[in-house]
Design a protein around this ligand. Structure first.
Ligand code: FAD
Length: 141
């Protein structure tokens, strides 16, 4: 039983490159052993994360993430049972929005800035798919 979950949140304080890469590294280590895959976007104090994996693993991880003091205003945007993963290539990929064509954000949003609080779950998933298609997702380290 696979599920896909997408949420958005606001960073408690601006995350520097070292803090972000530490978070990515520990996430990848944990996710690889739990069979969880996905993508994390961090831009302008906003997190947007997509998680895929077994229902128990994803639910347990999401519960832990919501308790994490490094962010707040966690909003569940989408939760679905899925037949297959779409983001199986990354234990946790990182999207670099500075490499994203602003036209792609405009395709789904009112303005060319990422505001997942104003996006539907469907639009958010479509945006993640564009991130993959335009290769702005990396898995450094
Ligand atoms: P512990 O490591 O024992 O930590 C307990 C609490 O301490 C955490 O909940 C957190 O509030 C705090 N904490 C831990 N490390 C730090 C730190 N370096 N700086 C400040 N506070 C800290 N974890 C994953 O495994 N996979 C993910 O995909 C994932 N994505 C995340 C996305 C976001 C936006 C955030 C903020 C966190 C994410 N995490 C992820 C981390 C997750 O919230 C837990 O910290 C992690 O899973 C370890 O859980 P634990 O119960 O072992 O907590």
């Amino acid at each position: 039983m696979l599920v896909r979950l997408i949420y958005a949140s606001r960073a408690a304080e601006a995350l520097g490159a070292d803090a972000l890469s530490g978070l990515m590294k520990s996430s990848r280590d944990h996710n690889a052993s739990a069979g969880v895959t996905g993508v994390l976007v961090y831009t302008d104090g906003i997190f947007l994360q997509l998680l895929e994996g077994g229902r128990n693993a994803v639910n347990a991880l999401y519960n832990r993430i919501t308790q994490d003091a490094r962010h707040h205003d966690v909003v569940l945007l989408s939760y679905d049972e899925v037949a297959e993963r779409r983001f199986s290539g990354w234990a946790m990929g990182q999207a670099n929005l500075s490499r994203l064509n602003p036209g792609i954000l405009l395709k789904y949003s009112e303005r060319a800035v990422l505001d997942p609080y104003a996006l539907s779950g469907k639009a958010t998933l479509a945006l993640f798919e564009e991130l993959v298609a335009t290769a702005v997702i990396a898995c450094p380290g």
